[in-house]
Design a protein around this ligand. Structure first.
Ligand code: CP
Ligand code: NVA
Length: 309
């Protein structure tokens, strides 16, 4: 029993391993059904409002397509076109939108913004990425790992790159579910200390390990999966030049992946920059599962939407 009706989905830290596994199972069922061309429509008449303060391809289209497949509707709300862009408060926006829509998805900068939105909204709020977390992405990542590797507990996932929102959500997801996770990043670009602490607590409960290191070559030793993300996230564009320098020895390429298991899979939340965080031969090579991973955004979010609304 998943039982998350009416709840906010801001971070996976708020959900039990049972709920996370339940959502993955539901996503799997929805995926098989939809591959057979069958879409059940439990969200007939329901509307999702989607506020975007940053760009998006996957999140926007998978949420919108997912809502339509479930029988509902989705509204794309660019924050620049809303009064939000002219200074109307998040609190007032939350209270007003709650009269019109059945749930709100938001992609924003500060995690504080989504917390404030959720506090003032009377409908569930879903995190479509903040500077701190990207939990829908982590759900899709877990589903992809399960499809490619089977049982998650005991697997070794190695994330190479920036200790960012994607890394944070992966740490929470892995430690909740009992998968070992190593984050390899340059000095000064480690994940936030409080997130590491939280993930380590979850790992104690699930019997897994969370490791933070500055040595990528050592980290990927025996990896079942290697994951990377852009070096410069949305909102950090002014740091791009500096980051290219700092991260140059953290590229996931043929030489780095030598130390992983032969059947390792390569994951990336996309969009990717070939020649920066990943070489073309790895992301377009036989071990890459990035498009299956992107596709799985649709299925995990359909599971989430149908349970939360
Ligand atoms: N991975 C991801 O969230 O992609 P978009 O930025 O295209 O939504
Ligand atoms: N870390 C990236 C993820 C994009 C999906 C960003 O925040 O821009």
């Amino acid at each position: 029993k998943i039982n998350i009706k009416g709840k906010n989905f801001l971070t996976l830290a708020d959900f039990s391993p049972e709920v996370i596994n339940g959502l993955l199972l539901k996503a799997k069922k929805l995926k098989s059904a939809s591959l057979l061309g069958y879409h059940s429509t439990p969200l007939k008449g329901k509307i999702l409002g989607m506020i975007f303060e940053k760009s998006s391809t996957r999140t926007r289209v998978s949420f919108e397509a997912g809502m339509l497949q479930l029988g509902g509707n989705a509204l794309y709300l660019n924050s620049q076109d809303l009064q939000l862009g002219r200074g109307e408060s998040i609190a007032d926006t939350a209270k007003v939108l709650s009269h019109y829509v059945d749930a709100i998805m938001i992609r924003t900068f500060s995690h504080h913004t989504i917390e404030e939105l959720a506090y003032h909204a009377t409908v569930p709020v879903i995190n479509g990425l903040t500077d701190l977390f990207h939990p829908c992405q982590a759900l899709a990542d877990l589903l992809t790992l399960q499809e490619k590797k089977g049982d998650l507990p005991g697997l070794k996932l190695v994330y190479v790159g920036d200790g960012n929102n994607v890394a944070h959500s992966l740490m929470i997801a892995a430690s909740k579910i009992g998968m070992d996770i190593t984050i390899a990043c340059p000095v000064g670009y480690e994940p936030k200390k409080e997130i590491v602490k939280t993930a380590k607590e979850f790992a104690t409960g699930s019997g897994s390990n969370v490791t933070i290191t500055n040595n990528a070559a050592e980290a990927v030793n025996g990896a079942d999966a290697i994951y990377t993300d852009v070096w410069t996230s949305m909102g950090q564009e002014s740091e791009n030049k500096q980051r290219l320098k700092v991260f140059s020895s953290f590229q996931v390429n043929e030489s780095l992946v030598q130390n992983a298991k032969d059947d390792f899979i390569f994951l990336h939340c996309l969009p990717a920059h070939r020649g920066e965080e990943v070489s073309a031969d790895v992301i377009d090579g036989p071990n890459s599962a990035v498009f299956q991973q992107a596709g799985n955004r649709l299925h995990v979010q359909k599971a989430l939407l149908s349970e939360i609304m």
